[in-house]
Design a protein around this ligand. Structure first.
Ligand SMILES: [Zn+2]
Length: 250
């Protein structure tokens, strides 16, 4: 699943040029190598030439320090079938690197945006912590299942199945009432410039407020589909019928 490409990355020697500018990195270097050879070591960092013995010492020092003393500036997860794997962007004094389970580091980034962009695109299904993964209809058998009884057929929980692209309900308890309400809104608008998007969203929000769960299947997640479909469910038949009553009385 690791796409394994790396762009905008630099090696540790290049990263050291950036680190050398940091006052606290300089203090650490001085403590580690001693005051006597500190000026020479700092010069190696500033020029990015780490092939001498002293250079190798500096290399090993920062190879570890970048890992051990970094702070996380972005964290997310890779959504898998069974569980989520964490992915993080860490920073140590202007040097960024991407950490993910079972993935070898690809190198260092010298700006945060490039590192986050890499973290977001190097794997499929990457989400920032707190983001809600969209229902992916291309997974599994590709069919929408009722979240309450797991059926792919119509069931008593289905409040509304609606084609968002063509703004037309196609199933569920509210199906007829919804289409009737929508037709009336369009007729009543009586305005040649009537813009359907907003009132349709408002009507869907009315349904959403009555529903306990919503699923969406879009052409992005299910190639070959021409429309985006939303499915609204209630947790019981009693609730779908109460929702119908409320929807038609408003
Ligand atoms: Zn059901």
């Amino acid at each position: 699943m690791d796409k394994g490409f790396s762009s905008n990355t630099v090696d540790l020697a290049e990263a050291c040029k950036v680190l050398a500018e940091s006052r606290s990195v300089q203090v650490l270097l001085q403590e580690e190598v001693g005051s006597e050879i500190y000026p020479e070591a700092l010069k190696l960092m500033k020029t990015g030439k780490l092939d001498s013995d002293l250079g190798a010492t500096v290399h090993d020092l920062f190879l570890d320090t970048i890992v051990n003393q970094a702070t996380t500036v972005w964290s997310g997860f890779i959504r898998n079938d069974s569980d989520d794997w964490p992915v993080r962007v860490n920073e140590y004094h202007g040097v960024f690197w991407v950490w993910a389970v079972e993935s070898d580091p690809v190198g260092y980034f010298l700006d945060e945006a490039s590192a986050i962009s890499f973290a977001r695109t190097n794997w499929d299904n990457v989400y920032k912590d707190g983001e809600e993964p969209e229902f992916d209809a291309s997974e599994g058998d590709g069919e929408i299942r009722c979240p309450f009884c797991d059926t792919t057929d119509n069931c008593d929980h289905l409040l509304l199945m609606v084609d968002q692209t063509f703004r037309h309900a196609e199933g569920g308890v509210l199906y007829e009432a919804f289409n009737a309400k929508w037709s009336k809104i369009v007729e009543d608008a009586d305005d040649p410039d009537f813009y359907e998007h907003e009132p349709f969203e408002e009507l869907l929000q009315e349904v959403d407020a009555l529903a306990d769960s919503e699923l969406t299947a879009s052409p992005d997640s299910a190639p070959g589909m021409s429309s985006t479909y939303s499915y609204y469910y209630c947790s019981s038949k009693k609730k779908t019928l109460a929702a119908l009553k409320k929807f038609t009385s408003d």
